[in-house]
Write a protein that binds this ligand. Structure first.
Ligand SMILES: [Mg+2]
Length: 300
């Protein structure tokens, strides 16, 4: 499979998981099942009253990270931060608690370091939400050096989330994404990488009933990995992820990123892709990242 197909797969995987799961956000499993059954179609609605195909913070912050990296690949943090603020100032429907506090902190102190520590204090030292994991995939899609992927993945996390659990999850997730982008085998990569982290080392043998879906980054990544491991295509991985509840749009987005990169863009249902309202923006970003990949390939 061409790298370009994996790059677009990753971006659309995030968006489709986000748009599908947005319908179920903040519903209990019981409420959601009664109203939607096992949700498989992007229909919008839910607490945000989404349009069909409308995405939430997961995809919009992913776009912010991608555009920051494209603007200044060597040192993208300033641009990423600037994009976060521009997005936040549009008064988006769905903003996570930690991100919201960090944005307010930044406006107060004009420093991301102070912003993240302000949010951490306001949350009584609980800033290990999944808000940085959901947006980090562009770092793995863009950089060709794993060390740089990890550095930027963690640094973009620390802009808003002081807790190292959030940065650690970004590191693990994007290392897996990076290896898939380079054509490596599904389970071998997960086995090797999860063994390095106490929170994730048992994921291959975890049963569905043992999962605890929530907005805590460790729960989110465990759930997304489980849904990806235990299915064999993008549609099933994303459907399993959003129908697990807890934090359905974000668990869907993370599982969608894994599945999208591994199986490629063509494996994501066309009926979903066509609905995504920001699809042109995602294609534009995908093309810009691909250009870099092609330039690098030609210069070798
Ligand atoms: Mg969201």
């Amino acid at each position: 499979m061409k790298k370009e197909d994996r790059i677009l797969g990753g971006l659309f995987g995030v968006a489709c998981g986000d748009a599908l799961g947005g319908t179920l956000e903040f519903l209990s499993k019981k409420e959601g099942k009664e109203e939607y059954g096992y949700l498989k179609e992007i229909i919008g609605g839910g607490v945000w009253n989404l349009k069909p195909g409308e995405v939430t913070d997961d995809t919009m912050m992913t776009i912010a990270v991608a555009e920051g990296i494209l603007e200044n690949p060597k040192d993208p943090l300033k641009c990423i931060g600037k994009n976060f603020i521009s997005w936040y100032d549009t008064d988006p429907k769905d903003v996570g608690n930690t991100v919201k506090l960090a944005m307010e902190g930044y406006k107060k102190y004009n420093s991301w370091k102070k912003a993240a520590s302000y949010a951490h204090k306001q949350l009584n030292q609980h800033s290990a939400g999944n808000g940085t994991l959901m947006r980090c995939i562009p770092a793995a899609l863009y950089y060709d050096d794993l060390k740089k992927v990890i550095k930027i993945s963690k640094e973009q996390s620390m802009l808003t989330h002081y807790d190292e659990k959030a940065a650690e999850a970004c590191e693990l997730y994007n290392t897996i994404i990076y290896r898939y982008l380079n054509g490596e085998e599904k389970l071998k990569v997960i086995e090797e990488e999860t063994l390095k982290y106490q929170d994730y080392e048992d994921i291959m043998s975890t049963k569905k009933i043992e999962l605890t879906p929530s907005g805590y980054v460790v729960d989110t990544l465990q759930c997304a990995l489980w849904c990806f491991i235990n299915t064999s295509n993008s549609e099933d991985a994303i459907c399993e992820a959003v129908n697990i509840y807890g934090d359905p749009d974000t668990i869907g987005a993370i599982a969608g990123g894994l599945a999208g990169v591994y199986y490629g863009i063509d494996n994501i249902p066309k009926r979903w892709r066509e609905k995504i309202l920001v699809k042109d923006k995602l294609i534009e970003i995908g093309r810009k990242i691909e250009e870099k990949v092609l330039i690098r390939k030609n210069s070798i």
